[in-house]
Write a protein that binds this ligand. Structure first.
Ligand code: ADP
Ligand code: 5SP
Length: 532
């Protein structure tokens, strides 16, 4: 029997639609979970899906004070539930990737002198030079992307340095836009954080450095030297290095928790804050990904990611530094039209019910009688194009599908896209490949069945869909022993293994092989037509 132990570790996730937290004990058992939904529990900020989409349909931001208030609320909820904060030895966390926070001159001092009698959102009201933080859904910085690529010598050259060609949502391009369109606010900015390092700054009571893994999503850091690229910094905005701090290993202990949390919630004074990272890197840690596995995250965005040793950056997809092993990397492809598009089709074709949606998935045949759909409600990232496109089995465009066909076309199309783009980057599904699914939609077995059929591989899940939180609770635990040279894998050796959720339906490979080819051709056609 596992030994009883009182200590525990917290992992937070500041994701797109909500703030979540998980506590694990020394035996890696989850002992507490909580969350705060931005739209419903912080309705005063009027977000939809956690964000504000601006009138140009390209600019997407979130109110930074909403995230601060969410932290006040979640800690209060834990306190009300009787959670004993004095047990917390270390904490870490993650944030939606690429988003940026602009701290106003003087904010460091405010962070260092927080009055434990007041809420954080009251204390930090005047601490941000930009109140609406650009987030990963933003695609308004094409001009800045072109400028950056031209300055460094092209898209591939930029990918060779930073792991990615210029992407609109990447933080450097967002900073360049702020500098150009709001120069006074840029001048007023003392420090720029990612959502992840902003969140760790709150716990630290000081500016926290950006970690290598989330820092790889900025188009500013050299992923091989793990330092800022001077060429990229100077192409982005003046005095930028001063505002960014220094990148640190994702395993770094940043310091003890701020006295604010000690006095207000009863955290121990020596509770350690371990560097926060991106939500996808956090999930990589939580899912116990092994080489050869493919992770599919079905959160607000859909992402596909892998653990890799020898990165070869290209102009499609991203290479990030690995969050748990400084020698390794992770490859990632991001799809913007994930859960929110599934929700739209659910609302239009399944009376707003996931059960009805699932029933429709089960009743339409695998392969959907050759009907294929591409549903890019918002400007997609992979590939960068927008619009809804439906094709019948002869590849002719059709105006609409029946409700059942529409639902299956959406889910099959989303997974065909994932496999097509992963294979384009050279990833092969081989016997023994495991697909590890996570994120909100991974709780839906009928969606996972389609994933398994399209990938021709078994799909595994872990007990919680919040793998980023879990991974960060594990990372917090690792932070305590990392200086002794203990590897992450050793720390999580006794964590529960992912469990088999579904296996491919017999005959799925024959159905999907031709569809993969057709999907790739149709998507290419849609993309080319959009460029004319
Ligand atoms: N049963 C379900 N079937 C399909 N999707 C679901 C189901 N339950 C939740 N979801 C989706 O999960 C999404 C939230 O996933 P989550 O990983 O928590 O997102 P994020 O971390 O980006 O905030 C919701 O937008 C919702 O569409
Ligand atoms: O942009 C990316 C990854 O590059 C997104 O995956 C964001 O990190 C948002 O994550 P979710 O809130 O959808 O989990």
């Amino acid at each position: 029997m596992a030994a009883f132990t009182d200590s525990c570790y917290l992992g937070f996730d500041f994701s797109t639609q909500q703030l979540k937290v998980i506590a694990v004990d020394e035996n890696l058992n989850v002992v507490q979970q909580s969350n705060v939904q931005f739209d419903s529990e912080l309705s005063e900020y009027s977000t939809q899906g956690g964000v504000h989409v601006h009138s140009d349909r390209l600019t997407v931001t979130s109110p930074v004070l909403m995230w601060v208030k969410a932290l006040d609320i979640i800690l209060q909820k834990m306190k009300n539930a009787g959670f004993d904060f004095s047990r917390v030895k270390a904490l870490s966390g993650s944030g939606q990737q690429h988003g940026s926070v602009y701290w106003k001159k003087g904010a460091r001092q405010v962070l260092q002198n927080l009055d434990a009698g007041k809420h954080l959102h009251e204390l930090l009201q005047g601490s941000f030079a930009v109140l609406d933080s650009p987030v990963w859904m933003d695609s308004s910085t094409t001009e800045q992307c072109l400028n950056l690529e031209t300055t460094v010598g092209g898209a591939q050259k930029l990918a060779d340095i930073t792991g990615s060609r210029a992407y609109e949502r990447f933080t450097g391009n967002q900073i360049a836009k702020i500098y150009k369109t709001r120069p006074e606010q840029y001048q007023e900015t003392e420090r720029i954080s990612l959502v992840s390092s902003f969140a760790s700054s709150l716990f630290l009571g000081n500016y926290a450095d950006v970690d290598y893994s989330d820092g790889s999503g900025m188009n500013l850091m050299d992923i091989f030297t793990k330092q800022w690229s001077q060429q990229c910094l100077s192409a982005t905005a003046p005095q930028l290095e001063d505002k960014l701090g220094t990148p640190v290993p994702s395993t770094a202990v940043l310091g003890p928790i701020s006295t604010y949390f000690v006095s207000r919630y009863g955290f121990p004074a020596d509770c350690k804050v371990v560097a926060f990272t991106g939500d996808n890197p956090g999930s990589l840690a939580g899912m116990r990904l092994q080489e050869g596995d493919i992770a599919v995250s079905l959160g607000t965005s859909d992402t596909v990611f892998l653990w890799i040793k020898d990165p070869k950056p290209t102009v499609e997809g991203h290479i990030f530094c690995n969050p748990v092993d400084c020698q390794a990397y992770m490859a990632l492809i991001c799809f913007k039209n994930g859960s929110l598009t599934r929700e739209r089709i659910r609302n239009e074709c399944a009376a707003g019910s996931w059960e009805v949606f699932s029933k429709a998935l089960r009743s339409a045949p695998m392969g959907n009688n050759g009907n294929i759909g591409i549903y890019f409600d918002a400007m997609e990232i992979t590939p960068p194009t927008a619009g809804v496109h439906r094709f019948n089995e002869q590849n002719s465009k059709v105006a609409g599908f029946s409700e059942e066909v529409e639902i299956r076309a959406l889910v099959e199309g989303q997974f065909l896209a994932k496999r097509v783009h992963a294979e384009k980057l050279g990833y092969k599904i081989i016997p023994g490949t495991r697909v590890l699914a996570t994120g909100g939609a991974s709780s839906n077995k009928d969606i996972l069945q389609v994933l398994s059929d399209v990938f021709g591989a078994p799909v595994y899940t872990i007990d919680t869909a919040n793998s980023a939180c879990l991974g960060c609770a594990y990372r917090a635990m690792h932070g305590i022993v990392v200086e002794k040279g203990v590897h992450f894998a050793e720390v999580i050796r006794n964590a529960p293994e992912p469990k088999l959720a579904v296996t491919p339906t017999s005959g799925a490979d024959k159905v999907f092989e031709p569809l993969l080819k057709r999907y790739a051709e149709l998507e290419e056609r849609v993309f080319k037509e959009s460029q004319q």
